[in-house]
Design a binder for this molecule. Sequence first.
Ligand code: PLP
Length: 399
Amino acid sequence: MHPALDRLQPYPFERLARLHQGVTPKAGLTQISLSIGEPKHAAPPQVVQALIDSLDALGTYPATAGLPEFRRAAAGWLERRYGLGGALDPASMLLPVNGTREALFAFAQAVIDPAAGSLVAMPNPFYQIYEGAALLAGATPYFLDTTASNDFVPDLAAVPDEVWRRCALLYLCSPGNPTGAVLDEAYMARAIELADRFDFVIAADECYGDIYLDEAAPPAGFLGACHRLGRNRFERVVVFHSLSKRSSVPGLRSGFVAGDPAILARFGLYRTYHGCALPVHVQRASIVAWNDDSHTLENRALYRAKFDAVLPILAPVLPMTRPPAGFYLWPDVGFDDETFARELYATQNVVVLPGSYLAREGRAGNPGRHRVRISLVAGLDECITAAHRIRDYLETRSS
Ligand SMILES: Cc1ncc(COP(=O)(O)O)c(C=O)c1O
């Protein structure tokens, strides 16, 4: 078997299940799960209808490159969302993927030379796929801690040149999971400059790109940054997008990658063998989703209402600022995060994820230590009830 399989870490939810083992939540309280980042808002009806109407496509093998209409719809959204001046050619600069998760994993396998002893740099805390992808590609993860002291933004300037020299791939995630932090275009320009100088590729995970809280301040994206730098062939940059969060359809498994056509040509070759073409009926439903922005506006309004309702309830016990984007709270609870998650489960039947499960030991310990990730994915009423229960738990604990 592949020796790197032994280096894969248990997934955070496996660890959470173990943490809960033997604990029986207090009777009479229905469970509220705020641990998984799985959107629960209703799927847009027109997307569901398009899926149903496309089931005749079940008799068709999909092509790796996808339908031209799919690529045009996704490119059209990128253009509207990030302003690319028409630079993105949907035929050569975009490929469908089955959600960003598999693509983020597969990308490392295609980009990294397993014999080169490369490093893969990534934020810490992170989406765990980055780490597994690096390990199975024969590389070594290099963690860029994101903490309150750097505003949850990886400090690229603190990375030694010898690390950059060995770096083959840099994963960045904006808006960030779990921190909600966003990178601006000036930051992206610095990352691109480093990629040029040290010859590495940037994988920009932007799957939360349409989940932000201020309608007047949509988060920047790497392709927009490239365009404004005059890099209209998006050299060294590939972005990862998904309908899972944007359109609340995580079960559709629909996303795309876009950017540097030279890299995507090689990635496309890899994907042909990988055999993960996006089914035609999924593409047809996705075309409807990427062509419509009104449902994303409604989606954001629902998340905003939850932040507005929950933060004041928690403020007296768990003060925190509203993140600019994403649907997570990432508070410092002031004591052991596993204890918090276990006690909250036992006493209030509310499930949250210990922050240390989403991170590794970094330069100053585990940056998720003493933090928990609270996903505001449940309905508004449930989120409000959960916030009252968290407050009740903390007030009782400190009394
Ligand atoms: C940061 C990040 N990237 C990627 C994904 C994968 O999403 P999907 O494969 O549904 O597009 C997730 C899902 O939670 C995520 O949080």
